[in-house]
Each structure stands twice: as structure tokens, then as C-alpha cells.
Design a protein around this ligand. Structure first.
Ligand code: GLV
Ligand code: MN
Ligand code: MN
Length: 408
């Protein structure tokens, strides 16, 4: 079996570790997180790495370079998923990094070499993405540990139940002087490479993002007895807001998604008195993102005032746009050229990645692999082509060797 085939078989194996029998869902600090972590630790050890779980729940494998001790070149991605996920978002990057470790196990390197399986990139459980990589970058504040999941369990309590000590979260932080750089392979999660007929691309920058919990408040009332003139229907107001958000995003060239909406009290014969919705907002630049949100706020004000409703927004997550490092990007481009013989395209990433958080402590570079199936991701219909994975592995290994050649 080739390394690429083994990575794909392992993606299938991880894909079976799910909290649900009907779909893939593996969230931060869950029993499924522990089960996936144990397998990944084993695979890292088989690839010649010694492993440890850091204070945030990230799995780290490491081998020393020709001279023991830091700094390290780090390869990685994430092991958690969205609800009803595909098998490759995050996992492919970790599994190919393990294959690179395996291929280079006897190759002397001028730096230590690490593979990280980050936890909680998606934020599915607690709503605030990039926890694992932000802890790696030393950017987790006490407020993060107070955030509660839908069952009312705080992140701090969940860390304790997982066998970790929330008071020691700072120990996951890495110092810039201990890091050569960070390289991440990820599926593109869009159709650009597919449309271009190319298997691989170099990421130029990663989108800026903010996430909010929105609440629209009205008055619960009888569905039959309440005349329209006296209704203050929170869900109808929220629905108008969702349509307005889409229009604002289209006009401003930003990307906005309401992925979750719930009406309360939730009775079929009750006018909703409260609607809760999520908002995920992205843009190439921070200023565009923030200007779009200011327009959304103004529109929420107008819609709710007209309907006698109240509204509020709580920011759960913010990540500013990040530009990939030119030197590491050149190493990735050289790795792709050495493998495919062609000059790779540069792509802007509309999806968020652990690399954005790691950028606070190390230069970052990212390699995108073409998605099949119309580029769909965050869905069980996510696919990759086995041939593309094989060239991605060759290019990833060449990129690491290109970085090594630049640091004799
Ligand atoms: C991560 O997948 C994101 O939401 O961009
Ligand atoms: Mn994702
Ligand atoms: Mn991902």
C-alpha cells in the first residue's frame, strides 16, 4: 500500500469514530475525540515520532533534528469535525503530515520535525473556533474556558473531564523562537482547482472572519387569538433579517451564513417570542468584514423597530485575515512544481484554518488539494481523488525538503 493509500484508509477509519450512527460528528473533548486521538498517537509513533497530548488536547508528535532541541518545523491540521461532516476536512492534513514523517524518518533534518493534530478547529461544540491552535499560539484567554456547550458544560469543565487541567492551558503555548514555521495541507473546500483542472494550489491568504450569536426578541402569544396588528413575532423578524444579511453580503462582496436558527418556545400554535440565530461572516480583508457587519446591525435595527422587536448580537469568535509567508509559500510552490512539473495557482482561502492562529507565533504556508464533487465540503459528500492525494503527499514532502535546504 502506498503512503497516500494508507492516509486515505486512515481517513476512512477516523470517519467511523463518530458520536452519531448516521453521520460523522466528532467534537472537542468528547469520547470520540479521545478515540481518534489514541489512533493518531499510534500512527505518529509508527512513523517514528514520540508523542504527547498538550494542555489543550492537541496531539503532538516530534522527532529531533540533527542537533537535538528546538526549533521545529511543524506540519498539521485538525481532527475535529462539523456536524454531519466529510472525512477529509482537517484529517487529510494530519494524515499526510504523518506520511511525510514516515518518509523522512531516516533523513537528517536541520530542525526538529513535528506533526500536530489540532483539536477544535471548527468550534462545533462551544461555538468559538480554533481553540487548539489558539492555545498553541498562547492566545487563549480565561473567557474561552467559561463558554458553555448546549448541555451547559463549560470548556473548563470539559477539559477537566477529559483529564486536562484548565489552569495549565498556558502550557500549550509555543514560543516563536522554538518554531521554524508551520505547513498545512487542506482540501480546498471550494471548486476553483476543480474548475481549473489542477490538483494542487498554494494558499496566498486566509479570510478574515467573525461569528455571532444573534437574538431577536418579541412576545410569545396565541397563534389563533392574536391579531396580526398585535403580533410581535420574533421568527418572522429573524427571517427578514436572514434575507437582508444575504443581500448585504452579496452587495459588499463578503460572505455571510446563518447556519442555525431556533424559535422559542417552539410550539406549533404559539407565535414565537424569541429567535436565536448564528451568523458567520467572512471577507478577504478585515475592514470589509467589519463594514458589512455595521450594515447588518443597521438593518437589524430597522427591521426590528418596524416590527416592535428587540435584538442583540454577541460576538463569539473573531479571526483577522492572515497572509501566508512568502518563503514558505515558495517552498510549497517548489514542492508542487517538483511533483507536477507545472506552476501552481495561488488561491485565497475563504475557509478558516489552524494556520491562521499559528500565524501569531510562526510563519505559515498552506497547500490546497482539489476537492471532487463540485468542491463541496462540510458535508458527507466531500470527496478527494486518490491520485490528487498521491501528488499532494509528494509535493508536501518536497516542500519540507525545500525548507530544510534553505536552513542548512
Ligand atoms: C472552518 O472550516 C471554517 O469554518 O472555515
Ligand atoms: Mn471545516
Ligand atoms: Mn478544516
Amino acid at each position: 500500500m502506498t503512503g497516500a493509500d494508507r492516509a486515505l484508509a486512515r481517513a476512512d477509519e477516523l470517519g467511523r469514530i463518530s458520536a452519531r450512527p448516521d453521520a460523522l460528528e466528532r467534537v472537542h473533548l468528547s469520547p470520540q475525540h479521545a478515540a481518534a486521538d489514541a489512533l493518531v498517537a499510534l500512527w505518529m509513533e509508527e512513523a517514528g515520532l514520540s508523542t504527547r497530548l498538550d494542555a489543550a488536547g492537541n496531539r503532538i508528535g516530534r522527532r529531533e533534528g540533527s542537533v537535538p532541541g528546538p526549533p521545529a518545523l511543524v506540519l498539521g491540521s485538525h481532527l475535529d469535525t462539523v456536524p454531519d461532516a466529510g472525512r477529509y476536512d482537517g484529517m487529510l492534513g494530519v494524515l499526510l503530515a504523518i506520511e511525510v514523517a514516515d518518509r523522512l524518518r531516516d533523513h537528517p533534518l536541520p530542525f526538529a520535525f513535528e506533526v500536530v493534530g489540532f483539536t477544535d478547529e471548527e468550534g462545533t461544540r462551544f461555538g468559538n473556533a480554533l481553540f487548539g491552535s489558539r492555545a498553541f499560539a498562547g492566545a487563549v484567554t480565561p473567557e474561552w474556558l467559561a463558554v458553555r456547550d448546549r448541555a451547559g458544560i463549560s470548556m473548563g469543565e470539559a477539559l477537566t473531564a477529559f483529564g486536562l487541567d484548565p489552569a495549565r492551558i498556558g502550557e500549550a503555548a509555543r514560543r516563536p523562537e522554538d518554531l521554524v514555521g508551520y505547513l498545512e495541507v487542506h482540501i480546498e473546500q471550494g471548486p476553483e482547482l476543480l474548475d481549473a483542472g489542477l490538483p494542487l494550489g498554494v494558499v496566498s491568504s486566509i479570510a478574515s472572519a467573525r461569528r455571532f450569536a444573534l437574538e431577536v426578541t418579541g412576545r410569545a402569544a396565541h397563534a389563533g387569538g392574536t391579531p396580526y396588528a398585535r403580533r410581535r413575532d420574533a421568527l418572522v423578524g429573524a427571517a427578514e433579517l436572514v434575507v437582508a444579511i444575504e443581500a448585504i453580503a452579496e452587495e459588499t462582496g463578503t460572505i455571510a451564513t446563518v447556519g442555525r436558527i431556533r424559535a422559542f418556545p417552539g410550539g406549533v400554535n404559539v407565535v414565537p417570542g424569541l429567535a436565536r440565530l448564528s451568523l458567520d461572516l467572512r471577507a478577504e480583508h478585515d475592514a470589509e468584514r467589519d463594514a458589512a457587519f455595521a450594515r447588518i446591525e443597521a438593518e437589524a435595527e430597522r427591521i426590528c423597530a418596524a416590527r416592535g422587536l428587540g435584538w442583540r448580537a454577541e460576538e463569539l469568535y473573531r479571526a483577522d485575515a492572515v497572509v501566508c509567508d512568502p518563503v514558505l509559500s515558495r517552498a510549497i510552490a517548489a514542492g508542487i512544481r517538483a511533483t507536477t512539473g507545472a506552476e501552481p495557482p495561488r488561491l485565497f482561502s475563504r475557509a478558516g484554518h489552524d494556520a491562521m492562529a499559528v500565524a501569531a507565533v510562526a510563519p505559515i504556508g498552506m497547500l490546497f488539494v482539489r476537492c471532487g464533487n463540485d468542491g463541496v465540503s462540510h458535508s458527507p459528500d466531500e470527496t478527494v481523488d486518490a491520485g490528487d492525494v498521491a501528488v499532494a503527499l509528494d509535493a508536501f514532502e518536497s516542500a519540507v525538503l525545500a525548507v530544510a535546504a534553505g536552513r542548512p
